[in-house]
Design a protein around this ligand. Sequence first.
Ligand SMILES: O=P(O)(O)OC[C@H]1O[C@H](O)[C@H](O)[C@@H](O)[C@@H]1O
Length: 297
Amino acid sequence: MTTQPGHWSFTRWTTIGQLEAIDVHHPLFRAQLFLQGAHLTHFATHDKPDWLWLSDTARFETGRAIRGGIPICWPWFGAPEKNPPEVRKRIKTGDSHGFARTALWKLEDVRESAHEVEVSLSLAANEDFADVWTGHALLLATFNFSVKGCQIALTTTNLNDSPLAFTQALHTYLPTSDIELTGIEGLDGSDYVDTLDDWSYRQQKGVITFHGETDRIYESGSPLVVATPGRRRSLVAIGSDSTVVWNPGPRKAKALSDFPDTGWKDMLCVETANALSDYRVLNEGQSHTLGVMIGRV
Ligand SMILES: O=P(O)(O)OC[C@H]1O[C@H](O)[C@H](O)[C@@H](O)[C@@H]1O
């Protein structure tokens, strides 16, 4: 059922630092979602630990990306110069990961039921962003929360008469109690680019484990299981044939903004992506949906 502000039962507005957010306090689960970036920072069922990692030193400031949760990287992933030429030619800045994660989105809809809450936000990517990017598109992010987990669907519609080429990622930060005892299952045999070894191609053998800084783009969007001590989570993607796996390790952790020096020990990023050769092209009026369902195994 669609509900109007003031008539929501489980959903309310809150302000954190400089930013407005939506708090979902359902009897079965809770979540926190910022209007800036359509950025989900918390999801948990009952009183259990959070399913997402959020930096202890995260800052909630206008125009600043929040460190943790699920930043939306759009309409390019990573450094502009590492994107395909068709994507790169639209970009007019050196900044990584696009502008959607720091743009102010608009609340479109809240639907509540006894079992789930669904929140939709939109972003008109138009001439307001002309200093950093050329294009005209509509983005719709829909978040579905239930006791089974959380689901995000990000739909891009090209509103321009020229083809829109873009890369993107749902940059999910997950918690772990020990990165060295953490594994990602589901990418055995997949080719990947190791960005830390001069962007060379390799092939994954078995489970992914972490031994220091890790930054890879896998050419697969297969269902994954993230196994951390005492917990297993499944990540099922739609509209994705690439997955980024990242942990900054001790050295890069020190250089990252809003990131504790030892934070690398208790997090990992598993990013549902359209990156590298998995970039997407939409003609006028066409849409593409990238999504991930994070659930229990
Ligand atoms: O610091 P950020 O701009 O949020 O980027 C954080 C990280 O995002 C991705 O995982 C990239 O693969 C990494 O190379 C990058 O360091």
